[in-house]
Design a protein around this ligand. Sequence first.
Ligand code: F6R
Length: 241
Amino acid sequence: MKVIVKKDYEEASRAALEIMLDIIKNKPDAALGLATGSTPVRLYELMQEDHEKNHTSYKHIESYNLDEYYGLSDDHPQSYYYFMWHHLFNKLDIDKKNIHVPSGKGDINEVTKNYSQLLKDHPRDIQLLGLGSNGHIGFNEPGTSFTSTTHYIALKQSTIEDNAKLFFNGDVSAVPTHAITMGIQEIMDAHKVLLIACGERKAKAVKGLVEGEVTEELPASILQRHKDAIIIVDEAAASLL
Ligand code: F6R
């Protein structure tokens, strides 16, 4: 596992951009595993800027998102489908048919089975991750099995509170209680993993991820066993290392 410490969020996002572009330019039909949340927002802006300025093509790029809230329709402003279009896809030349976000509605068994099969058929060249303050990756909350595949999960209260603050104007009751998430095994199947964590509220999870024991109580710690995992943190998130 390679740990890169950058001064701040901007520098961390720029370092992540280099890694993403390296994949996209060298493999025009690469499969990208993508994340939502506040962390990748700047990276996605930089990808859009690069596309406009340098015409990096996404025509044959495929995308597979990590997760989706259960119960929100695609056009709900807080759905991850909506988020991805708003923050990234709308300004790229990516083909709509190559975009995949797990469905947040319908029969749970069908949805999870189909998404798992899709992931099996389309290995990701890179998986982008944020980090929950409780150490989750995707919506794999503490206690999730390392061998999990796509599944339905109840969000921990701490995750609901974090997301209420960031995206739901502090209204805890508006945050969906459940989600569909790619499993940890499927995250580990990506050829390369790129995790970005910034800010002091991530410092404890970053310490566990980098220096702690590998335990299902801190899902991100499994990345210590990935053959090509890059962790980009800013100085605040690295403050306990
Ligand atoms: C998002 C996701 C989550 C977030 C994590 C950090 O698709 O899977 O694991 O990456 O909750 O969220 P932020 O970036 O908002 O701190």
